[in-house]
Design a protein around this ligand. Structure first.
Ligand code: HEM
Length: 145
Protein backbone atom coordinates (compact mmCIF):
# COMPACT_ATOMS: atom_id res chain seq x y z
CA UNK A 1 0.00 0.00 0.00
CA UNK A 2 1.42 3.41 -0.97
CA UNK A 3 1.75 6.15 1.62
CA UNK A 4 -1.09 8.07 -0.07
CA UNK A 5 -3.36 5.08 0.14
CA UNK A 6 -2.51 4.49 3.79
CA UNK A 7 -3.29 8.14 4.59
CA UNK A 8 -6.59 7.93 2.75
CA UNK A 9 -7.55 4.79 4.65
CA UNK A 10 -6.65 6.48 7.92
CA UNK A 11 -8.87 9.45 6.99
CA UNK A 12 -11.90 7.30 6.17
CA UNK A 13 -11.41 5.37 9.39
CA UNK A 14 -11.39 8.61 11.35
CA UNK A 15 -14.51 9.83 9.53
CA UNK A 16 -16.31 6.57 10.26
CA UNK A 17 -15.31 6.76 13.88
CA UNK A 18 -16.77 10.27 14.10
CA UNK A 19 -20.12 9.25 12.59
CA UNK A 20 -20.28 6.24 14.90
CA UNK A 21 -19.70 8.43 17.89
CA UNK A 22 -22.74 9.12 20.03
CA UNK A 23 -23.12 12.41 21.83
CA UNK A 24 -22.88 11.82 25.61
CA UNK A 25 -26.37 13.20 26.23
CA UNK A 26 -27.77 10.85 23.57
CA UNK A 27 -25.94 7.99 25.22
CA UNK A 28 -27.91 8.70 28.40
CA UNK A 29 -31.15 8.86 26.44
CA UNK A 30 -30.41 5.59 24.68
CA UNK A 31 -29.64 3.94 27.98
CA UNK A 32 -33.04 5.02 29.31
CA UNK A 33 -34.88 3.84 26.19
CA UNK A 34 -33.15 0.47 26.26
CA UNK A 35 -33.98 0.10 29.95
CA UNK A 36 -37.66 0.95 29.38
CA UNK A 37 -37.99 -1.56 26.59
CA UNK A 38 -36.48 -4.38 28.57
CA UNK A 39 -38.68 -3.49 31.57
CA UNK A 40 -41.77 -3.68 29.35
CA UNK A 41 -40.68 -6.93 27.84
CA UNK A 42 -40.30 -8.62 31.19
CA UNK A 43 -43.35 -10.84 31.60
CA UNK A 44 -45.66 -9.32 34.17
CA UNK A 45 -46.14 -11.41 37.28
CA UNK A 46 -49.88 -11.05 36.75
CA UNK A 47 -49.74 -12.11 33.13
CA UNK A 48 -51.86 -15.16 32.56
CA UNK A 49 -50.26 -17.78 30.35
CA UNK A 50 -51.86 -19.04 27.16
CA UNK A 51 -54.17 -16.09 26.48
CA UNK A 52 -54.65 -15.54 22.75
CA UNK A 53 -53.78 -12.03 21.50
CA UNK A 54 -56.54 -9.38 21.45
CA UNK A 55 -55.55 -8.36 17.92
CA UNK A 56 -56.28 -11.88 16.76
CA UNK A 57 -59.73 -11.64 18.36
CA UNK A 58 -60.41 -8.45 16.38
CA UNK A 59 -59.89 -10.46 13.18
CA UNK A 60 -62.03 -13.37 14.36
CA UNK A 61 -65.31 -13.77 12.49
CA UNK A 62 -67.98 -15.55 14.53
CA UNK A 63 -70.20 -18.02 12.72
CA UNK A 64 -73.60 -19.56 13.38
CA UNK A 65 -74.65 -17.18 16.15
CA UNK A 66 -78.37 -17.20 16.98
CA UNK A 67 -80.56 -14.41 15.58
CA UNK A 68 -80.72 -11.30 17.80
CA UNK A 69 -83.63 -11.61 20.21
CA UNK A 70 -84.82 -11.06 23.78
CA UNK A 71 -83.98 -13.76 26.30
CA UNK A 72 -85.29 -14.43 29.80
CA UNK A 73 -82.70 -14.72 32.61
CA UNK A 74 -83.68 -18.39 32.94
CA UNK A 75 -82.88 -19.08 29.29
CA UNK A 76 -79.55 -17.20 29.56
CA UNK A 77 -78.64 -19.17 32.69
CA UNK A 78 -78.70 -22.41 30.67
CA UNK A 79 -75.67 -21.22 28.66
CA UNK A 80 -73.25 -21.69 31.51
CA UNK A 81 -70.64 -24.05 30.12
CA UNK A 82 -67.22 -23.34 28.57
CA UNK A 83 -68.55 -24.85 25.32
CA UNK A 84 -71.68 -22.66 25.44
CA UNK A 85 -71.05 -19.51 27.42
CA UNK A 86 -73.26 -16.41 27.48
CA UNK A 87 -72.74 -13.33 29.61
CA UNK A 88 -74.97 -10.36 30.40
CA UNK A 89 -73.41 -6.90 30.30
CA UNK A 90 -75.53 -3.76 30.77
CA UNK A 91 -78.74 -5.53 29.76
CA UNK A 92 -77.31 -7.10 26.61
CA UNK A 93 -76.44 -10.75 26.02
CA UNK A 94 -73.11 -11.79 24.52
CA UNK A 95 -71.98 -15.22 23.42
CA UNK A 96 -68.46 -15.20 24.83
CA UNK A 97 -67.71 -18.89 24.18
CA UNK A 98 -65.02 -17.98 21.67
CA UNK A 99 -63.89 -14.75 23.36
CA UNK A 100 -62.98 -16.51 26.62
CA UNK A 101 -59.67 -17.79 25.19
CA UNK A 102 -58.75 -14.20 24.28
CA UNK A 103 -59.67 -12.63 27.63
CA UNK A 104 -56.54 -11.03 29.14
CA UNK A 105 -57.92 -11.85 32.59
CA UNK A 106 -58.12 -15.54 31.69
CA UNK A 107 -60.90 -17.97 30.88
CA UNK A 108 -61.84 -18.81 34.46
CA UNK A 109 -63.23 -15.37 35.30
CA UNK A 110 -65.40 -15.48 32.20
CA UNK A 111 -66.64 -18.98 33.06
CA UNK A 112 -67.40 -17.87 36.61
CA UNK A 113 -69.97 -15.48 35.16
CA UNK A 114 -71.26 -17.76 32.41
CA UNK A 115 -75.02 -17.54 32.17
CA UNK A 116 -74.95 -14.59 34.59
CA UNK A 117 -74.83 -10.80 34.75
CA UNK A 118 -71.18 -9.71 34.94
CA UNK A 119 -71.84 -5.96 34.66
CA UNK A 120 -70.81 -4.84 38.14
CA UNK A 121 -67.61 -6.94 38.20
CA UNK A 122 -66.76 -5.83 34.66
CA UNK A 123 -67.19 -2.19 35.67
CA UNK A 124 -65.26 -2.59 38.90
CA UNK A 125 -62.25 -4.22 37.24
CA UNK A 126 -62.09 -2.48 33.89
CA UNK A 127 -64.85 0.04 33.33
CA UNK A 128 -62.65 1.63 30.65
CA UNK A 129 -62.78 -1.47 28.41
CA UNK A 130 -65.05 -0.89 25.40
CA UNK A 131 -67.67 -3.61 25.34
CA UNK A 132 -68.79 -2.45 21.90
CA UNK A 133 -65.33 -2.57 20.34
CA UNK A 134 -64.65 -6.09 21.58
CA UNK A 135 -68.00 -7.81 21.78
CA UNK A 136 -70.35 -6.22 19.25
CA UNK A 137 -69.80 -9.12 16.87
CA UNK A 138 -70.95 -11.64 19.48
CA UNK A 139 -73.93 -9.62 20.68
CA UNK A 140 -76.87 -12.01 20.45
CA UNK A 141 -79.68 -10.22 22.23
CA UNK A 142 -81.02 -8.42 25.26
CA UNK A 143 -82.46 -9.43 28.59
CA UNK A 144 -86.22 -9.73 28.70
CA UNK A 145 -87.56 -7.50 31.49
C1 HEM B 1 -66.94 -10.74 28.84
C2 HEM B 1 -66.56 -9.53 28.82
C3 HEM B 1 -65.16 -9.08 29.14
C4 HEM B 1 -64.32 -8.45 28.29
C5 HEM B 1 -64.61 -8.05 26.84
C6 HEM B 1 -63.09 -8.20 29.01
C7 HEM B 1 -61.99 -7.58 28.49
C8 HEM B 1 -60.80 -7.38 29.13
C9 HEM B 1 -59.67 -6.66 28.60
C10 HEM B 1 -59.62 -5.99 27.25
C11 HEM B 1 -58.71 -6.71 29.54
C12 HEM B 1 -57.33 -6.07 29.45
C13 HEM B 1 -57.38 -4.74 30.15
C14 HEM B 1 -56.05 -4.06 30.22
O1 HEM B 1 -55.07 -4.57 29.72
O2 HEM B 1 -56.01 -2.97 30.83
C15 HEM B 1 -59.20 -7.47 30.65
C16 HEM B 1 -58.48 -7.75 31.80
C17 HEM B 1 -59.01 -8.31 32.92
N1 HEM B 1 -60.30 -8.75 33.08
FE1 HEM B 1 -61.74 -8.73 31.69
N2 HEM B 1 -63.21 -8.68 30.29
C18 HEM B 1 -64.46 -9.22 30.41
C19 HEM B 1 -65.00 -9.79 31.55
C20 HEM B 1 -64.37 -9.88 32.74
C21 HEM B 1 -64.97 -10.37 33.96
C22 HEM B 1 -66.41 -10.84 34.09
C23 HEM B 1 -63.99 -10.32 34.91
C24 HEM B 1 -64.04 -10.67 36.36
C25 HEM B 1 -64.85 -11.42 36.93
C26 HEM B 1 -62.79 -9.82 34.30
C27 HEM B 1 -61.58 -9.68 34.92
C28 HEM B 1 -60.44 -9.20 34.36
C29 HEM B 1 -59.17 -9.09 35.03
C30 HEM B 1 -58.87 -9.48 36.48
C31 HEM B 1 -58.28 -8.53 34.14
C32 HEM B 1 -56.83 -8.15 34.40
C33 HEM B 1 -55.88 -9.15 33.87
C34 HEM B 1 -54.44 -8.70 34.17
O3 HEM B 1 -54.02 -7.64 33.69
O4 HEM B 1 -53.78 -9.40 34.90
N3 HEM B 1 -63.07 -9.55 33.00
N4 HEM B 1 -60.49 -7.87 30.39
Amino acid sequence: MSEKETNQKEETNQKEEKTNQIHPSHKEMLKKVTLNISEQEKPSKRKIQGVKPQLQWLNYQPQNLPKYQKYSSDEIAKHNKPSDCWIILKGFVYDVTEYAAYHPGGTQLIYKYSGKDATSMFQKIHGYVSIDALLKKVLIGEVLK
